[in-house]
Design a protein around this ligand. Structure first.
Ligand SMILES: [Zn+2]
Length: 126
């Protein structure tokens, strides 16, 4: 395995709930000495230990609360993947629209007129 495992796979690896196939892949990747993934594993282990000590102190979290946290983490991680790929702050649909409108008006100065806002901005409103 040459690519880094996803944060999700690393998290499941740390928790020991990753499938056997992926556990082998992740551990063989970590055996290569990848500093980036080792750092993530260390951080994930810290999260686990903090959550474990917190649950010993306060008792288990309500089901709804952990579901909301999982949703927030999932949306944040997909947003980070999107922004890393598009290297743009807006959501994926918005940045794709910018690219396509700039490509369709490829007259040389697409989006260069300062008086009128870009067309995607008006269209992206709900
Ligand atoms: Zn790695």
């Amino acid at each position: 395995m040459t690519r880094h495992p996803s944060a999700e796979h690393l998290a499941e690896f740390v928790e020991g709930v990753l499938s056997r196939r992926w556990t082998a892949k992740v551990s063989s990747h970590l055996d290569t000495g990848c500093i980036r993934c080792h750092g993530q594993v260390v951080q994930l282990k810290q999260v686990t230990s903090v959550l474990t000590s917190a649950s010993l102190k306060f008792g288990p979290m309500p089901d709804q609360f952990s579901a909301r946290i999982e949703m927030a983490i999932a949306s944040e991680s997909s947003a980070r993947v999107t922004s890393a790929q598009a290297s743009a702050r807006p959501a994926a649909g918005t940045s794709l629209r910018v690219v396509s409108s700039a490509a369709s008006t490829s007259g040389g100065e697409a989006g260069a007129s300062p008086s009128s806002p870009p067309r995607w901005r008006a269209r992206s409103r709900p």
